[in-house]
Design a protein. Structure first.
Ligand SMILES: *[C@@H]1O[C@H](CO)[C@@H](O)[C@H](O)[C@H]1NC(C)=O
Ligand SMILES: *[C@@H]1O[C@H](CO)[C@@H](O)[C@H](O)[C@H]1NC(C)=O
Ligand SMILES: *[C@@H]1O[C@H](CO)[C@@H](O)[C@H](O)[C@H]1NC(C)=O
Length: 757
């Protein structure tokens, strides 16, 4: 596609300032535009420059995807009679080698099912059955029949492709092209590496009406991004081998995000883009990295939002600053927003990289760079983007392309009908994982980042949850996704009525709760743990383990009828909970997993550092949950505020002890009361639940709900505190040996947590 200097409409705009009247009447005709079986939308009514986009029902496509109303007042392409939606086809699967595709058909349409079988001597890898999906892609993975006798695995032939090269030893290359009428996304050439992997990523061949679904993108982008972000972590025992980017010590990661704002006369579009960007950087914050950000909008020219140079002149931005800058950002609609100057966006990134390299040459070499670009139009002005893209690559690779390839990832998101699909593939880097994504519109893109944490690769991350800041519909699993660690525990006691408690999933195998939830004789078969993990609801218990020092009658003769010191217990399940977006462990203090969540990196992070971050101020914001999943807002009282808070323990029923410190030992955290604000109080069913904070968007448990001065709830679940209705919670920093003994057992069969000193 030729890079014209400037697109017709822009020329028009310049003229328009001289003759506004004449032009405001210009529109394109509404004749002959309709489509049988579908409809169309317009970006700016019938005005000049408007973009018309056709839409068919699911499983159908329009042979003409879009029209633009040109300066001449004519549509391009010109409308013709008889436009109708056609049934979506999938690319030809019969390129399959060393086997048969059933049924053999000339063309495959949506919902057609194919099965794959190999000739004898060959083994099938990939999917044995594939269905043609509504977006024109085959479900599952490319089927491959192979004898796997070479160094690298047979890379297969994706549907609709031709492959040259059939020997797969070190240094051997294979090349791909797509059949006529199909376009390629992914690598054109792949080389067998010494490691036994192929360079680049598997190509896909599509028809030009094929879009990626949000689910496909969140999975593919999620795992590619993980490769870009994952810090090398040699010590962790649970790591899978694989290609992770090793960030050298002292290195860091620079993330450049550029958003196309052309054709964005409506503020809504900009606001959505901002929400999407916030959502993306929030998801990135789940990984154990603290990136430097460069965020810009671009149309005819570039408008910066967050400038990466700040990080290199001693003025670094926290994640909260970045979010604030995005919130404050006001896209100045100066009427010059119709061009799509991709070249300028890449040039801007290149300039910022040069600045960093000039300032901190060594650090630049040790850094990884990720460029994420969103575009919804054809690059129609400025220089050809290919030039700055290749300069960026040269700049990062230097003369060591082979070694430094992984230091740079460029991702392109094409939105809507009007993108130059084929060219996007030329801008991205040829690293492992998919780098070009084609999406129908911004709403679909928003779903991508909403869904990204569902991805199983994030299993190891404790405390992940969804926040639902964006208008999201209420769903059955929404509550679970907000507190995926929440467990309900019910116990059928030998005597008396059954009781229930809350608990928190702390590893896939263990639930943390209060010791007082159990009575003498409560054998494991009398205990049920409920966590909806997508497979099972009720989980069987292998054993429950109260803290060995818990003894409710220990101070009966000292005027303390019930003494709750060490009121914690662990429950070991018979089987691991299946981790997903709806069932995932909470973070607990003084573990390496939680250091990641708190963005504390380095080998010398200590338990004390967690405490300093989590329980530092006189009043720390925290939450507890009710069994009805209401979130209760409370402030943990520390220091002097704590002294007053524990004094009220003497007001508990039948309490005759006169020293509050005897009743509420150092092992408790105190909440409730009306100052500095009125807290919620804990009610009966809240016992055993987590007292938690949400630092850096990750949930960290700091206590276990134990007991309170008075139960004022009377069957209600969300009740405000009175002046003296205080609640006491076991402080997890004070029961570390107990937690470590059972959760950090390195010889156990289940995955342990790594505890800090
Ligand atoms: C494909 O099958 C689904 C489910 O049976 C159906 O809803 C859909 O209409 C079918 N699509 C086409 C294009 O036939
Ligand atoms: C960059 O990495 C090299 C070797 O990997 C190291 O010697 C050097 O100190 C690092 N520089 C910075 C600024 O971190
Ligand atoms: C740790 O695991 C081993 C092996 O399963 C077991 O024998 C041992 O009792 C466990 N230790 C604790 C404290 O649970």
């Amino acid at each position: 596609m030729a890079q014209t200097a400037c697109w017709t409409l822009l020329t028009l705009m310049t003229v328009s300032s001289f003759a506004p009247g004449a032009l405001s009447q210009q529109t394109c005709s509404d004749k002959l535009l309709s489509i049988k079986g579908g409809h169309f939308t317009l970006s700016r009514d019938f005005e000049l420059g408007t973009l018309l986009a056709y839409k068919c029902q699911d499983g159908y496509y329009s042979p003409v995807q879009s029209r633009r109303c040109l300066f001449s007042g004519r549509w391009k392409p010109l409308p013709k009679r008889g436009l109708q939606c056609k049934k979506v086809r999938c690319p030809d699967p019969s390129v399959f080698k060393h086997g048969n595709v059933l049924p053999p058909l000339g063309r495959y349409y949506v919902n057609d099912t194919t099965t794959y079988e190999c000739f004898s001597d060959y083994k099938l890898y990939g999917s044995a059955t594939r269905v043609c999906k509504a977006n024109g892609k085959w479900s599952g993975r490319t089927p491959i029949c192979s004898r796997n006798t070479d160094h690298c695995p047979d890379p297969g032939v994706p549907a609709g492709a031709r492959r040259d090269g059939h020997i797969f030893n070190i240094g051997d290359k294979v090349t791909y092209r797509c059949e006529d009428g199909l376009m390629r996304v992914g690598s054109k050439e792949r080389t067998c590496k010494e490691s036994g992997d192929w360079t680049g990523n598997e190509p896909e061949c599509h028809f030009d009406y094929t879009f990626d679904t949000p689910g496909e993108v969140s999975e593919a982008f999620g795992s590619a991004l993980k490769n870009s972000l994952k810090q090398a972590d040699e010590e962790s025992p649970n790591q899978q081998q694989g290609k992770k980017i090793h960030l050298d010590k002292g290195g860091n990661i620079n993330i450049f995000i550029a958003i196309d704002a052309s054709d964005s006369i409506d503020k809504d579009h900009i606001q959505k883009s901002i929400d999407i960007t916030k959502n993306l950087i929030e998801k990135i914050s789940y990984y154990d990295v603290t990136p430097n950000y460069d965020i810009m909008f671009f149309a005819t020219k570039v408008t910066p939002v967050v400038d990466i140079k700040n990080y290199y002149i001693g003025n670094p931005k926290s994640l909260a600053d970045v979010i604030t800058d995005l919130d404050k950002f006001n896209f100045d609609d100066n009427g010059d927003d119709s061009g799509t100057n991709l070249g300028a966006a890449f040039t801007n990134i290149l300039e910022h990289m040069s600045f960093i390299k000039a300032r901190k040459p060594e650090q630049f070499l040790n850094s990884s760079h990720v460029i994420i670009m969103f575009t919804d139009g054809e690059s129609n002005m400025g220089q050809d983007p290919k030039r700055p893209v290749s300069q960026i690559k040269d700049f990062v690779y230097g003369n060591k392309k082979e070694q430094r390839m992984e230091k740079l990832d460029i991702y392109m998101f094409g939105l809507g009908q009007d993108v130059e699909r084929e060219l996007l593939t030329e801008y991205v880097t040829d690293n492992a994982g998919k780098h070009v994504f084609l999406m129908e519109d911004l709403d679909q893109l928003h779903q991508v980042f909403d869904e990204m944490i569902d991805e199983s690769s994030n299993v190891g991350l404790c405390g992940l949850h969804r926040d639902y800041s964006y208008g999201h519909k209420e769903t059955a699993s929404k509550y679970r996704q907000q507190q995926p660690w929440l467990a309900e525990i019910s116990v059928r006691h030998v005597e008396g009525s059954p009781s229930s408690c809350l608990g928190s999933l702390v590893t896939p195998r263990f639930i943390l709760t209060a010791a007082h939830c159990f009575k003498f004789g409560d054998t494991s078969d009398r205990i049920t743990v409920t966590i909806e993990d997508g497979k099972t609801k009720d989980h069987e218990v292998r054993i429950h383990i109260p803290h060995p020092d818990y003894n409710i009658l220990a101070k009966k003769d000292k005027g303390i009828p019930a003494f709750f010191d060490f009121d914690v217990a662990l429950i070991e399940l018979k089987e691991d909970v299946a981790i997903s977006a709806t069932a995932r462990p909470i973070c607990i203090p003084c573990t390496k997993e939680t250091s990641g969540a708190l963005k504390l990196t380095g080998a010398d992070v200590k338990c004390k550092d967690h405490e300093r971050l989590l329980l530092n101020n006189e009043y720390e914001d925290a939450y507890i949950m009710s069994p009805k999943r209401e979130k209760k807002f409370i402030k943990i009282k520390l220091g002097n505020a704590r002294d007053a808070c524990i004094e009220d323990a003497k007001k508990a029923k039948d309490m005759t002890a006169t020293d509050a410190k005897e009743i509420v030992t150092e092992n408790f955290l105190c909440t409730g009361g009306i100052a500095p604000v009125t807290d919620h109080v804990a009610c009966k069913g809240d016992s055993g639940g987590a007292l938690f904070t949400d630092k850096s968007h990750r949930t960290v448990q700091v206590g276990v709900v134990s007991w309170g001065v008075e139960d004022i709830c009377k069957g209600q679940t969300l009740v405000l505190s009175r002046e003296h209705t205080r609640d006491y919670h076991i402080n997890l920093f004070k029961v570390q040996p107990f937690l470590k003994k059972h959760l950090g057992n390195l010889t156990a069969k289940y995955a342990p947590l790594t505890f800090l000193e």
